[in-house]
Design a binder for this molecule. Sequence first.
Ligand code: FAD
Ligand code: SF4
Length: 524
Amino acid sequence: MDNAHIECIAPAHAIDRLCLVLGDQLDDQSALWAHFNGNTDAVWMAEVLDESLDIVSSKQRTVLFLSAMRHFAQQQSAQQRPLIYVSLNQKVASFAEALHATLHAHNVQRVCCVVPGDYRLVASFKSVCAAHNVALEWVVDTHFVSLPGEFEQWMTGRKQPRLEYWYRQLRKRTGILMQANGQPEGERWNFDADNRQAFAKAGPQNLTPPLRFSADALTLAVMHDVQTYLPNLPGYLNSFDWPVTRVQALNVLAHFIEHRLRYFGDHQDAMWTSEPWLFHSHISAMLNLKLLNPHEVLQSVQHAYVQQQASLNAVEGFIRQVLGWREYVRGLYWHYRHDWLEFNALDAHRALPSLYWHGQTKMVCLHHSIEQVLTHGYGHHIQRLMVTGLFALLWGAKPQQVHEWYLAMFVDAVAWVEVPNTLGMSQFADGGIVGSKPYIASGAYINRMSNYCKQCPYKPTLASGEQACPFTTLYWDFVRRHESLLAGHPRLGMQVKNWQQKTPSQQHDIGERAQWLFEHIESV
Ligand code: FAD
Ligand code: SF4
C-alpha cells in the first residue's frame, strides 16, 4: 500500500449495513463494530467541502480531522473491511450529497451511524435515507462515561442544573477518586482552593515541551489537498504537528501524566507569553475525535495518583474537567439541542471584531491568544474563557458569531462541546444554564494571571483615556449596560455598587472611551 493513499476494498454489490464513520467517530471500540460482518457490511467515510467552508474550519482543524480520518481508514483496509471513502479531491459538497451518491450506486439495506456530535447531521442523514427508502439505525455512543439516558434522568425535575452535583454523581457511580466508605478521596470533592495560582515573576518553571509529531506521508497528502481545494481557510499549516493516530494519542497522554500532570492544578488558570502549552494535557482533540477514550484517561490519571506521581489537587482538578465538565456540557448540549443557536439572553448584537480572524491588535493578551490559535489551533481554557471569550462578551458580540469563530478555530471543536462552552459558559447567552453568572472581569484579572499586561501599551488599571485597557473600559460599560441583571447576583451585585459609586465625571469618561472603542476597534 502506498503510504500517502488509502486502499479501498470495494464492497459487495449488495450491502447489508453501511456503517458511517464521521471525523469525530474514530473509535475502534465503537458499538458500530460489534456486529460488523466483512462479507456483507461496509465502512463509509467522507471528506466534504461544506464542513470546512459553510461551517468554517481552520487549516489546523481541517488537517487534523482529515489526517486522522485517513489514518483510521487505512486501519479499516488493513483489517480487510470493505470501505467507501469519499476524498476531498472528489469535491463533494456535503455529507448529504456523498451519501446520496453511495445509496444511488449500491444496493444498501441499512445505514448505521453512531449518533453524531453535531445535531444538524441527524436531520441530514434522516432525510437522505428517507429519500432512498433505506432504514437508518442510530448506534448508541458508548464512548462517554455517562450511561445512555443518565443525564436526562438526572435533569428531571431540576430547575437549575449545576456541574458540582452531576460531577459528584459520576464520581460516586464510577468510584473514581472515592474511598471505600463512599466519601471522596481526601474528604473533599473540590480542591480548587489549592489550585489556580499565577506564575511567579520568573514565569513557568519545569516546563517539558509537549510530545508533537512531524507530518507523515498521509498527513502531507492531506495538507496538499487542503491547500489545493480549501486554500482560503484561516490559520497556518507549517506548524502542524498534532497526533493523528490512536498510538500517538496514547503516547501524548502518557507524556502528559509523566511530565505535566503534577503541576496541572497549581497553574491551571495561568497564562504566559509565547508558552501555549504550559501544564495542560492537549488531549481534548484526541478525546473528541475518539482516538482516546475518557475511561482510559481517567483510569490512567487516577493510577498516577495511587502511584504518588501527582498530588490530589492536581489529579482532582484534572478529573473534574474530564469527568465533570466534559460529560456535563455534553448532557446540556443534547438537552437544549433545539435552542442553543437561538439563545441571546444578553441581547448582544455587535459584529465580532475582525481582529479575531487575523490577530492583529495592540492588545497583547488578545494578540497572543489569537496568534496561537492561528498557529496551533489551540488555546487553553482560560485563554478561551477569560481572554477571547471575555472580550467578545464585554464587547457585546452576537453569540452566533462568537460560536462560529470557536467552532472554526480550535482543533478540538465539535458542536456538542463547543456550543455549550461558548454560548453558555463564555457568553452567558443561555441566561444561566451552564454557569450561574456571566464570567466577567476587568484587565486586572488578566494582569494577575499572566505576564501579558507587562508588554502591553494599555494599562489594566485604567478605565478611561488613551492608555486605558479596553477590557477594563468595556468591563465597566458592561456593568452599566447590564446593571439590573447583575445587581441581583450575590457575587456581582458589588460590582454594580462600585459602578454607582463612581463620580458622574468618571462614568462619563468611561462611557466616552467605550464609545470610541466601539468605533475604532480595528486600530486598538
Ligand atoms: P486540559 O486543560 O488539559 O483539560 C483536560 C481535559 O478536560 C480537556 O482535554 C477536555 O477534554 C476536558 N475539559 C476541560 N474543560 C472543559 C470544558 N469546559 N468542557 C468540556 N471539556 C473540558 N473544549 C473542547 O474539547 N472543544 C471545544 O470546542 C471547546 N470550546 C470551548 C470554547 C470556550 C469558549 C471555552 C471557554 C472552552 C471550550 N472548551 C472546549 C473547553 C476547554 O477550554 C478545552 O477542553 C481545553 O482547553 C482543551 O485543552 P486541553 O486538552 O489542554 O485541556
Ligand atoms: Fe490585555 Fe488590557 Fe492587559 Fe493589554 S492591559 S494585555 S489589553 S488585559
